[in-house]
Design a protein around this ligand. Structure first.
Ligand SMILES: *Cc1c(COP(=O)(O)O)cnc(C)c1O
Length: 374
């Protein structure tokens, strides 16, 4: 974009293919600002792309998780099993329903939850589990599926990182669970801001549609032709504007190139780093994943972080563990694996403007930082 600034100076940034501005101008010129048939076309195209029956668009990934949890009947008194290692949005969505988090550990190699850890955390108050598809990697809970079903525990995936990734032969969204995507600025596909719920049933789809529109059920067309409208339940202002949907609609047909370039970028990092002593690359199962992040674990993270910043490289941390956050202290428990991971993780610059030269530059700076830290 800006050729004077090296791309490794940005940890993440949106990738636009060039048609987005014209698409936004078209909806503005047509007066299609709010939720219109442009939003509905985006829902249908996403559903077709994923191979699912329905997709319901909302304003953000957080709104997707909030409405999905409500559609699954999650509320006060309920416990939701969730990794501590996620973006704070996952936890806020649980709290927004009046439910509370039960934090669990993740596997240090994948940063994803494991079926055993979920099974151990189940209590009579457990009503849902939220796997976070870290870095875009699919999570397989089939080994505890019957336990979850018997106890009426819903699986609500935080797939904010995982748009386009595969789970077995199908894309994420097809597991029969509720799946929540984010189309925020730096996600695999962007609407500027946006999110999507993949519901399990037509009833859940209707509930999310009602929740996103202030509890009003009547269609836009019917409302314009009537003197009243029906408020049928609780609701929020979560519908996706056509302005945002238009951005997503132009990105979607070009997604194959997103998939390929993100995989190539991740493989380039792996080629540079997988023999490096002192650096552990967090595996994303790249052949099945549209990678969202490139995370390494290093022993001396604080020093390495500072040295990388000093070298002009935009490193980050995804994420500071939530059970250590002041807002969530009430649900804090000892999670030694996550606490150790939290001290070691470092996210390298990862976005589609980067070239293999940028990757080599980052990798050699990392090797220097590790070497001088020992
Ligand atoms: C981005 C993100 C979210 C929230 O999505 P928004 O669209 O920003 O609301 C939730 N969980 C994870 C893991 C994310 O990366």
């Amino acid at each position: 974009m800006n050729s004077t600034i090296p791309e490794y100076r940005r940890n993440a940034t949106p990738f636009l293919y060039g048609q987005e501005t014209a698409a936004v101008a078209r909806v503005l010129e047509a007066g299609q600002y709010g939720h219109t048939e442009v939003t509905e076309e985006f829902e249908q195209k996403v559903a077709a792309f994923l191979g699912v029956r329905e997709a319901v668009a909302v304003t953000s990934g957080t709104a997707a998780m909030h409405t999905a949890l409500l559609a699954a009947g999650i509320g006060p008194g309920h416990k939701v099993i969730v990794p501590s290692l996620t973006f704070c949005a996952t936890i806020q969505a649980i709290l927004a329903c009046g439910a509370t988090p039960r934090f669990i550990e993740v596997n240090p190699d994948t940063l994803c939850i494991e079926p055993d850890a979920v099974a151990e955390a189940i209590t009579p108050a457990t009503r849902a589990v939220m796997p976070v598809l870290f870095g875009g990697r699919a999570i397989d809970l089939s080994s505890i599926r019957s336990t979850l079903d018997e106890q009426g525990i819903a699986v609500i995936e935080d797939a904010a990182h995982a748009f386009g990734s595969h789970s077995g032969p199908a894309r994420v969204g097809n597991t029969g669970d509720l799946t929540c995507f984010s189309f925020g600025p730096v996600k695999n596909l962007t609407c500027g801001q946006g999110g999507m719920v993949i519901p399990r049933t037509p009833e859940e789809a209707a509930t999310v549609r009602r929740l996103r529109l202030l509890g009003v059920v009547t269609s836009q067309a019917a409302r314009q032709a009537a003197t009243s409208y029906r408020v049928e339940g609780f609701g929020l202002r979560y519908q996706l504007s056509s302005i945002n949907a238009a951005i997503g609609l132009t990105q979607l047909p070009r997604f194959k190139s997103t998939e390929v370039s993100r995989q190539e970028l991740w493989r380039a990092y792996r080629a540079e780093l997988h023999h490096t002593v002192g650096v552990t690359l967090v595996d994303v199962d790249v052949d099945h994943t549209v990678p969202h992040l490139c995370v390494v674990r290093v022993a001396n993270r604080e020093a390495v972080f500072r040295q990388m910043l000093a070298a002009g490289i935009a490193v980050g941390v995804h994420y500071p563990p939530n059970h250590l956050q002041p807002a969530f202290a009430q649900w804090r428990r000892s999670l030694p694996v996550t606490e150790q991971i939290g001290k070691e993780i470092l996210s390298l610059p990862f976005h589609q403007h980067m070239t293999e030269d940028d990757v080599r530059h980052v990798a050699s700076a990392l090797k220097r930082a590790i070497g001088s830290g020992r």
